[in-house]
Design a binder for this molecule. Structure first.
Ligand SMILES: [Zn+2]
Length: 61
């Protein structure tokens, strides 16, 4: 059984690689923990300037 998540990941790979390069060259980092922003946290990053973890923590308090 091939999961849909696996398929999605294969499709996503070029986009993830492009994001990694962009994050690297533009120095996109979380303003709270300075972690490199993962592909999946792009939306959160553009909204908050933070990685998903820090944005979540910030929201809690
Ligand atoms: Zn962070």
């Amino acid at each position: 059984m091939k999961s849909s998540i696996e398929c999605d990941l294969e499709d996503l790979e070029p986009a993830v690689a492009a994001w990694e390069r962009k994050a690297q060259s533009e120095g996109l980092r979380c303003r709270a923990c300075a972690m490199k922003i993962p592909f999946g946290n792009r939306d959160v990053y553009f909204r908050t300037g933070m990685c998903g973890h820090c944005a979540h923590e910030a929201q809690k308090s």
